[in-house]
Design a protein around this ligand. Structure first.
Ligand code: UDP
Length: 401
């Protein structure tokens, strides 16, 4: 399996991975998150877990359970950690979170593992089950640089009970974190259906299926139906562009099982689209990897304009397909896009519209930025780099080697 990556990275890196993994053979690792499908965490785990196993690590993946009341609370926590809201968590919210945490203590058997890696706030409370000799890592996938302080304080109590935390970028490491913190950006897998090469015929068939005109430029944003992804701002930017240039806007999204707000946001996006036949709002099943891949490959310009963003895998996915990305100048997007080299970073809807127009009218520029974008991903955001970083953290915590 690892051998197949030799097409994208040098042999030295593959050898390095094998040698790092040698001393971790048989180590039992468990990943825990809150959904099997939908969103970046599930996307990564679907690929990372088999790769770790391929390297001889005994790696498993469990998903916590919860009903809608739990996921309403955890979505509030998610939103409040990204930015302060109208009100902080209520006592009832906290009780709901704790009640489901206790239920999940029975459901997720963490005892047999040497290392337990818990992703994001939803399952963070499981750490109270830690037994002696185990190492527990909290992997944070969200931007916690300017949260609602009370919500962060609630979470911090759990976080500081772990042995280590991993954040995407240094700016996300909060002062209150008293445990060792590693910085590891996420990654995409070039062999995944989401990212592998596709036949032209298949790409055309996808455009036909969604009634997208292949002859006219396409501006694309791929994101869950979530207010923080700002689909409304993208529609506004498209409308500014459209006053001058002909183009179509594709908003491809899906629901995630741990996000109860999706349907509501989807309905609002449809309303915002109105009767414009050039805005295509596609609500896709969360495993539509080939379709998303085809849309990204056929796009003229890719946009990612969230209000807050931990990383935004969709940025690297677009860049890997040789596309310039117009992205918000925030969080993990800023880490991926190099302004003027692999795409553009923007601070406003007008700024996004300006850069989209610039790219739509300049094919050479698109090509030049797109080529650099792909190289940037090859160098920094492929799963092999991510895997290596994880192995180094395991070495450090288990003190092997
Ligand atoms: N995604 C998808 N279908 C959709 C929307 C998103 O397959 O309709 C995928 C997208 O391609 C990416 C992941 O879900 O791999 C989203 O990860 P990202 O880090 O961009 O955002 P998150 O959803 O984790 O906030």
């Amino acid at each position: 399996m690892l051998e197949e990556y030799a097409r994208y990275i040098d042999r030295g890196t593959l050898k390095e991975l094998e040698s790092l993994a040698k001393e971790l053979k048989g180590v039992k690792v468990l990943h825990v998150n809150s959904t099997k499908l939908g969103g970046g965490v599930a996307e990564i785990l679907h690929r990372l877990v088999p790769l770790m196993n391929d390297l001889g690590i005994d790696c498993h993946w469990e998903v916590i359970r919860g009903d809608e009341d739990f996921f309403r609370v955890t979505k509030r926590i998610h939103n409040l950690l990204h930015m302060p809201g109208e009100r902080s968590l209520s006592h009832e919210d906290i009780l709901t979170y704790l009640r489901y945490t206790f239920e999940n203590l029975n459901h997720v058997d963490t005892d047999p593992y040497d290392v337990v890696i818990v992703h994001d706030p939803q399952p963070a409370g499981l750490v109270i089950k830690r037994r002696r000799g185990q190492k527990w890592i909290w992997r944070c996938h969200i931007d916690v640089s300017s949260p609602d302080e009370e919500t962060w304080k609630f979470l911090e109590t759990f976080v500081n009970s772990y042995d280590a935390a991993i954040f995407h970028i240094p700016e996300f490491v909060r002062e209150g974190v008293r445990i060792p913190a590693f910085v590891i950006p996420p990654s995409i897998d070039p062999l995944h259906d989401k990212n592998r090469e596709l036949e032209e015929d298949f790409i055309n068939s996808v455009l036909e299926r969604f009634r997208i005109d292949p002859e006219r430029p396409v501006v694309l944003q791929v994101s869950r139906f979530d207010r923080l992804k700002d689909p409304f701002g993208v529609i506004e930017a498209y409308r500014i562009v459209k006053r001058r240039l002909d183009c179509q806007l594709v908003l491809a999204g899906s629901f995630a099982s741990d996000d109860p707000e999706g349907e509501e946001v989807y309905r609002e996006v449809l309303e915002a689209k109105g009767d414009d036949p050039d805005i295509h709002v596609l609500n896709l099943p969360p495993d539509s990897h080939l379709e998303i891949n085809a849309l990204q490959r056929s796009a003229t310009v890719i946009v990612h304009k969230p209000l807050r963003e931990g990383f935004g895998l969709v940025v690297s996915e677009g860049m890997w397909k040789g596309k310039p990305v117009v992205g918000s100048n925030i969080g993990g997007v800023r880490r991926q896009v190099i302004h003027g080299v692999t795409g553009y970073l923007v601070n406003s809807t007008e700024g996004a519209a300006f850069r989209i127009k610039q790219l739509l009218t300049d094919e050479d520029l698109r090509k030049r930025l797109g080529e650099s974008a792909r190289e940037r991903v090859r160098h920094s955001f492929l799963i092999t780099r991510h895997l290596k970083d994880y192995l180094i953290v395991l070495h450090t915590l288990l003190k092997v080697g």
